[in-house]
Design a protein around this ligand. Sequence first.
Ligand code: ANZ
Length: 843
Amino acid sequence: SNDYDFSQIQQKWQAVWDELKPFSTENASDTRPRKYVLDMFPYPSGDLHMGHAEAYALGDVIARYWRQQGFNVLHPIGWDSFGLPAENAAIKRGIDPREWTYANIEQQKRSMKLYAASFDWDRTIHTSDPEYYKWNQWLFLKMYEKGLAYRKASWVNWCPNDQTVLANEQVVDGTCERCGATAEKKKLTQWYLRITDYADRLLDDLNQLEGSWPSKVLAMQRNWIGRSIGADVDFEIEGRGEPVTVFTTRPDTLFGATFMVVAPDSDLAAELIDGAEDAVKAEFAAYLTQVQKKSEIDRQDATKEKTGVFLHRYAINPVNGERLPIWAADYVLSDYGTGAIMAVPAHDQRDLDFARAFGLPVRVVVDTNAPVTGAIPVIETDENGDPVLPDLPETDPAVTGEALGGEGRMINSGPLDGLSKANAIKRIVEQLEADGKGRSARNYRLRDWLISRQRYWGTPIPIIHGEDGSMIPVPEDQLPVVLPPSEGLDLKPKGSSPLGAAEDWVNVPNPIDGTPARRDADTMDTFVDSSWYFLRFLNPHDDTQAFDPKEAEKWAPVDQYVGGVTHAILHLLYARFITKVLYDLGYLSFTEPFSALLNQGMVLMDGSAMSKSKGNIVQLSEQLDKHGVDAVRLTMAFAGPPEDDIDWADVSPHSSAKFLARAWRLAGDVTSAPEVEWKTGNEALRRVTHRFLADAPGLIEAFKFNVVVARIMDLVNATRKAIDGGVGGADAAVREATETVALGLSLFAPYTAEDMWQKLGYEASVATYGWRKADPVLLVEQSVTAVVQVDGKVRDKLEVSPTIDPAELEALALATAGAIRAVGDREIVNVIVRAPKIVSIST
Ligand code: ANZ
């Protein structure tokens, strides 16, 4: 029939593809070049939504494109199926998290198949399968062996609502990233992965990704790692054998230090207060209690009033022997640098605010009015020849309350006087190093990765605790440590892992000597699961290894990663870290997991993100029912550049559907056979077709999907005109153009394209047919526009052959109405001809 019925077409082709598996990646004997195109895998929290629909439509364009270009494309999908959303939902419904999780996975799988994403369905993974998380445990043990996984007691971010630990990255504006509750601090013994050992490499290797990752993401990664370069300086402490080391980015200001500050929640503060009078101790204890209620964000908030307690202890400035009073104040953090600072109030705003609040001295050591470079300023003189000094504004920080952060010359600094900042830093660090009182140092904002979670639905940590406090790794041949059934366990968050109550599971003999021992009851952060999943897709059914290094050699790193900018820091940083660890362990030959990254925008509605509270959620399933899969996918690609947000209120899936029907009808109007001789076809239409064949690949590779869709629309219009306007459906060019429409559409609207392909007399599948090369002869432009200038002004234009003879062009130009009018009755003195583009007439 000649009616475009999308639901009938969808049904028909889904069955065919299920049977043919055109997207399974048989890699054993395939000699084609390879591409690995990966979409970030979803959480199975409910059915697919509009955001998924956008991401998977765009990722699929890329995968289908490379396949069409003759590559063997790996395009897998899986589920990130452990984690809090599943667990919380399961608790709410009183069911096993497995039941809820796997039901959602099945639902999402059905939706993805309907959505016709060209995934290799033989490679799906679920991170909550023991076959998968066994390898999380293996990875953990490898890292434990190398000292990269360790346990320590420390203050951790705590979500009082979810009753679980949060990584720094999961605290957003002082609140839990998932539930929005205000995060608190709690001291717990936790497992960490030593990502800080990799800080320099994680930072430096970002340079390799310049140009192939969004610059915004690179900047966010750099900022998160936050490398500062400075010095560690040792201060003797009166009445203490050991000096205290401070980290400073401004060792040049050492002569301006007027007090020392330690973090109230540090071991050092506890030690320094120990010998104090009871009243001081009590004051400190009360202060500490206050501090522990504050979030890190509040503590660093520059607008908050400075608070602190004098510890009645003194440090000695190593460069001038001055006694510096030691304070505890919460603006100094216990887990950055050394947890102690030298305060230089004249040049550091936080220190200045504190000094002004507590009446501490302020000493300027950088004269910021003194020029560092450039000419000596001219001094004005009055009629008597006396210098006229300009009215300088008050700059003393003690008066203005503004710390002097700028460049200048050192003053009040003994041997450093007169030096610039850079030279002073160099000089003082050399001096400190020579005296054994300091050394150059680096610090990072990045913290070690806290991976312990006190929740059920995650990977059990494969460690056994002996009665004597020893920790024994679960022997590799006993992996996986399988999660016990949730039945009978109270999954509600309560601050300790529910697994601790699974008596049969948690109590095990010590693998070393058979004495009673207990399993570690914490589970891993699910970011561990997703830190290496791209490698599991290479051999997802292998039960002898996490991944096959030989397959990794063939396929990895991922050529194109596609996903939301929400993962710009956490997930990408962790995956980069684990890749480097696996490289160091000798399993991989590359150090960056994702060679290129595309961040798609968000799907909005009426200008804002969709949310239940706003009641502006557009249901994907409704859109698919109403407009069809292809129309929704095409709309996603046509809406604009992929990085931009799409406002669903501003786009028209209805128009997309109408366009698809129009394209599809072309196939029904082609009356020639596939064997037709292309060269016999209408040349004008052939030119449009071949221009598209030539341009589309470059446009796709530049992610200009919307432009390609627009060009397909042009091609459809030109073809329709040819059919109805005399060239007719039997012309070879009409077949050629229509086939090209199907090839182009196969990237965006796979059902429509496949059906057109069949109507055109081919077997499935258009997706694996390939692309046609443009004929260069048909790309040569038939005419170019020549401009006619009179006295420098454009007066007319001409369509001429690109190879026109200059004399002929001159004659044509002089005869144009525009030139005749502009010249009037004046005399022509000169004509310059630059064929075929310009004729310039002077009067
Ligand atoms: C003296 C000084 C003088 C400083 C000056 C700055 C300016 P970034 O860039 O973030 O690394 N600092 C060091 N450890 C700290 C901690 N645990 N909590 C709070 N502040 C800490 O900043 C490093 C600077 O922050 C260090 O340099 C130190 O203050 C402070 F004119 O030392 B500075």
